[in-house]
Design a protein around this ligand. Structure first.
Ligand SMILES: NC(=O)c1ccc[n+]([C@@H]2O[C@H](COP(=O)([O-])OP(=O)(O)OC[C@H]3O[C@@H](n4cnc5c(N)ncnc54)[C@H](OP(=O)(O)O)[C@@H]3O)[C@@H](O)[C@H]2O)c1
Length: 324
């Protein structure tokens, strides 16, 4: 089968290429999915580069442990192992698994949920990684409730475009931060207010928030805390920084500070799980969540798409069509 082979750590155009590998054979407790679409987000760019360096034990110290790229997919069940009871051949599904940029993936049923009819394969493929991170940031770390004022920094990207919609679905008043060209997208996602960080400092002024979800940039924790209402929560999802930690050091410093200040500071480490995948499916089925697909590209353009996903200036998620 065709797959995007990840041969070494480096620039996507240099280390990602289409190759032929054996089609996986599903084990007794596995599902074989014929992949239709696979999302390409910042996380894949990081894995391709082997960044940040502190994550190398997970990715592989000198060379990628996982030979096929990709993390999130949507497709159709092609075969099921004899112990699988919850999925059948022909079911349309979406899920997460290493090696998703390939014509087939063999995955445990726990890594899958049924694709809602309301969304396309391309839209569903955008949800498992970025959508799960956003759901866990908003619901679990942020504990967002009806009426909360929520600030989403990096609102137009893979995670942010989900976070804005999910916070709205939980009844929050949402302010999204992005650059000029992405403001219309942020508003179309349902944000009540949109701030252009290239023209206005989103942390200046008197506006206070119950929850700040910090996804992009490298703003100081002390400045982020300043815009929190008393007892508010800062959720640190990601950001920029040096190649060793890519901003994770800032998150750790924030978390260490948390017990000594009035605000809660939480660092997100999202964990894929079937319950949350189904929760995303329910939101999509109800029309409360529509994954923002920046554009879809053919399989032959996967490496370029990963390169672009690393720019840090996405407008939603780029999705690779694995099967036309
Ligand atoms: N902790 C976790 O479990 C977890 C899970 C998933 C992702 N992440 C991390 O989260 C981060 C974002 O991922 P992503 O996939 O959403 O990235 P992305 O798709 O590249 O989105 C980043 C967005 O932030 C905006 N942005 C860039 N610089 C900004 C700034 N200075 N201030 C405000 N907004 C800015 C960009 O919009 P403009 O072009 O308009 O600037 C862009 O739309 C990454 O660091 C990723 O590694 C963490």
């Amino acid at each position: 089968m065709r797959a995007i082979i990840h041969s070494a750590f480096g620039a996507p155009r240099d280390v990602l290429a289409i190759g032929d590998v054996d089609r996986p054979t599903p084990g007794p407790a596995e599902v074989l999915v014929r992949v239709r679409a696979s999302a390409v987000a910042k996380g894949i760019w990081l894995i391709t580069q082997g960044l940040p360096y502190i994550a190398r034990p997970a990715y592989g110290l000198r060379a990628p442990k996982q030979p096929v790229a990709g993390l999130a997919f949507a497709g159709t069940v092609d075969a099921v192992g004899e112990a699988v009871t919850d999925f059948a051949v022909g079911d349309d599904v979406f899920g997460y698994h290493a090696g998703a940029l390939a014509e087939f993936v063999a995955v445990p049923p726990d890594a899958l949920a049924r694709k809602p009819d309301r969304v396309s394969f391309e839209e569903a493929a955008a949800a498992p990684v970025s959508g799960l991170a956003a759901l866990q940031a908003v619901r679990d770390s942020g504990k967002v409730e009806e009426g909360h004022r929520v600030l989403v920094i990096g609102a137009s990207g893979g995670v942010g475009s989900f976070a804005v919609q999910i916070a709205r679905a939980y009844g929050a008043e949402v302010t999204g931060v992005a650059s000029t060209r992405n403001l219309a997208l942020v508003r179309s996602l349902g944000a009540d207010h949109a701030i252009d960080y290239t023209r206005e400092d989103p942390l200046a002024g008197e506006r206070r928030y119950d929850v700040v979800i910090d996804i992009a940039g490298n703003r100081r924790v002390s400045r982020l805390r300043r815009v929190l209402a008393p007892g508010g929560t800062l959720v640190m999802v990601g950001g920029t920084g040096g190649r060793w930690t890519m901003g994770f050091g800032r998150t750790v410093r924030g978390m260490l500070l948390s017990p000594f200040v009035r605000e809660r500071i939480v660092g997100l480490i999202s964990e894929p799980n079937p319950r949350d995948l189904r929760a995303l499916a329910v939101l999509m089925e109800a029309g409360k969540l529509a994954p923002a697909v920046e554009r879809t590209v053919p399989f032959t353009a996967a490496a370029e798409a990963v390169e672009e996903a690393g720019s840090g200036h996405a407008s939603g998620t780029i999705v690779v069509r694995v099967r036309e």
